[in-house]
Design a protein around this ligand. Structure first.
Ligand SMILES: NC(=O)c1ccc[n+]([C@@H]2O[C@H](COP(=O)([O-])OP(=O)(O)OC[C@H]3O[C@@H](n4cnc5c(N)ncnc54)[C@H](OP(=O)(O)O)[C@@H]3O)[C@@H](O)[C@H]2O)c1
Length: 290
């Protein structure tokens, strides 16, 4: 039995789809089962509720062999509340039920000079540390920025702008969520692995934000330019949109760490490399929405 959290989310729905295609025996934790595709509802066991709820995870992890774990990125008072504290009931249930394998979504940054000062990324690494304490075998999928983040910028892209605080020419890895889902599903199906390590999941090449804007322009035929704003401006916008101070600062600290090179250290030789290029992703996912 494999348990999938966030089966309606960006990554989670790909994990669910691939595991369904493989014919795996599945249980999902979902707040609103009506959001699942009908085909999934007919074929999976459903535990209704949030995976931060002790009763929900206790029920869901009974007889489970493996878990796909993902903390929702919803802003909370502190980054730890959204990651470490969110995962604490699950860690206890994993230990209680003797779950053997965990695949968890996390960030790049472990074993780098930024590990303890990268805000959101640091909190996510500490969340994996908590899961490691259960003694289960674990693969932390160490993720760079998602190509799919551009879908959140559709309104400004329509006006020809892609706004961000990372330096315009800083080249960084970016991964498509479909490739992350594929990587997670592969690890959940083949559980011959042991030990506790993070595995980077990267795309085929690195891109600067100027590159991303140029590729969007070329593929969609709409002129888009990257508008670089200071970190203070971005933080003020996050606070104005209702983000708590500590969460907004943690997000800024993560972006600064990426700008300084945190995401460029992971060796590609030991990474899972997704096949989707940004041009392909724009053609297939962004262009139809734009
Ligand atoms: N975006 C990036 O560039 C990036 C980079 C590296 C790592 N990450 C990490 O990747 C994760 C985000 O992945 P994603 O984009 O796949 O997430 P997502 O789709 O934004 O997550 C939303 C999912 O979480 C569920 N959810 C929201 N609040 C919940 C709650 N309180 N209790 C239970 N379920 C809840 C939603 O369910 P409903 O359908 O019920 O709303 C939905 O399934 C985060 O942990 C983030 O730190 C992100």
């Amino acid at each position: 039995m494999i348990v999938v959290t966030t089966p309606t989310g960006n990554i989670g729905r790909h994990v669910l789809g691939r595991l369904l295609n493989a014919g795996a025996q599945l249980r999902v934790i979902v707040r609103d089962p009506r959001k699942l595709p009908q085909a999934a509802r007919d074929r999976v066991e459903i535990v209704e509720g949030s995976h931060s709820d002790p009763k929900v995870v206790d029920q869901a992890f009974r007889d489970a062999e493996a878990i796909f774990w993902l903390c929702p990125p919803t802003p909370q008072e502190t980054p730890d509340a959204a990651t470490v504290e969110f995962s604490r009931p699950a860690a206890e249930a994993i230990r209680r039920h003797g779950v053997r394998h965990i695949v968890a979504a996390t960030t790049l940054g472990r074993d780098t000079p930024w590990q303890e000062k990268a805000g959101m990324a640091t909190a996510s690494i500490h969340m994996v540390d908590l899961l490691r304490e259960t003694g289960a075998a674990i693969r932390g999928l160490a993720l760079p920025g998602f190509m799919d983040n551009a879908l959140r910028l559709v309104d400004s892209l329509r006006q020809g702008q892609m706004v961000g605080a990372i330096s315009p020419d800083k080249r960084l890895p970016h991964t498509a969520v479909r490739d992350i889902g594929e990587a997670a599903a592969g690890l959940l199906l083949d559980r011959s692995w042991t030990g506790q390590i993070d595995v980077p999941v990267l795309g085929p090449e690195e891109y600067s934000y100027n590159d991303l804007a140029r590729i969007i322009s070329e593929v969609t035929g709409r002129a888009v330019r990257y508008q670089h704003v200071p970190y203070e401006t971005l933080k003020a916008r996050l606070l104005a949109s209702g983000w708590p101070e500590a969460f907004a600062q943690a997000y800024i600290n993560m972006l600064r760490a990426k700008d300084e090179g945190m995401d460029n250290i992971a060796p590609r030789a030991s990474a899972i490399i997704g096949p989707t290029s940004f041009a392909q992703w724009v053609e297939e996912e962004l262009k139809p929405v734009l």
